[in-house]
Design a protein around this ligand. Structure first.
Ligand SMILES: CC(C)(COP(=O)(O)OP(=O)(O)OC[C@H]1O[C@@H](n2cnc3c(N)ncnc32)[C@H](O)[C@@H]1OP(=O)(O)O)[C@@H](O)C(=O)NCCC(=O)NCCS
Length: 180
């Protein structure tokens, strides 16, 4: 039981964290999580290494994790798909989720990404600027509860005109023409 975590360190996820991150996500989202539509977009695609973070407590335990995947909308518009995000049950409601979210979003912007999508509770993600209306013209390749399908513009206006089906990232994909 982690009651007083002391000072946490926020690090890029390391190869040795992978098992603990999987276990934490399984505990938070259940063993059926891999059936969800968003997992279709992660199969066989590596997460964006620079956008996967863990929080480590003073006893070297991994207590929070966030990962992000690359995706392509209509094969034209690259985007980041945020998640999963999970905080150790004993440490929820203490602001660590918020800290990981703001850090991850800031790093996405620093790396030059323009837009983020996610499937999650709007009651939580609205506070970071994620909006349902920005995702009305894009679709996921499978069932999703509409109200939970959200998008965020890291660059103002970057969802304008963006439409169509979201697909997996393709290694070597390059923008053509003037699309960004
Ligand atoms: C959801 C989760 C990531 C939030 O992280 P956290 O560290 O517990 O949350 P924070 O302390 O950063 O919360 C910040 C604010 O969001 C609120 N909040 C937390 N979870 C919320 C939820 N599910 N719905 C609405 N608001 C929520 C908090 O009350 C807090 O509000 P305040 O700033 O007004 O006090 C975490 O609780 C968790 O891992 N849950 C299980 C997995 C999960 O549900 N993941 C994502 C949801 S799709």
């Amino acid at each position: 039981m982690i009651r007083d975590p002391g000072r946490l360190r926020l690090l890029r996820e390391r190869p040795r964290d992978a098992g603990a991150v999987e276990a934490m996500n399984e505990a938070a989202f259940g063993p059926d999580r891999q059936q969800k539509t968003v997992y279709r977009l992660r199969e066989g695609v590596k997460p964006i290494r620079e956008l996967c973070f863990v929080a480590i407590d003073q006893k070297d335990r991994m207590v929070a994790s966030i990962r992000n995947w690359p995706i392509l909308i209509s094969d034209k518009w690259p985007a980041v798909m945020l998640g999963p995000l999970a905080i150790s049950p004993e440490l929820r409601g203490m602001g660590y989720g918020k800290a990981l979210m703001w850090h991850s979003m800031a790093q996405s912007r620093m790396l030059g990404h323009s837009r983020i999508i996610l499937v999650g509770d709007p009651e939580y993600y609205n506070q970071f600027g994620f909006r349902r209306d920005l995702a009305l013209n894009i679709q996921l390749p499978g069932w999703v509860e509409d109200r939970r399908f959200l998008a965020l513009e890291l660059v103002a206006g970057s969802m304008i005109g963006v439409h169509g089906m979201i697909g997996k990232w393709r290694v070597g994909w390059r923008p053509s023409g003037r699309r960004k």
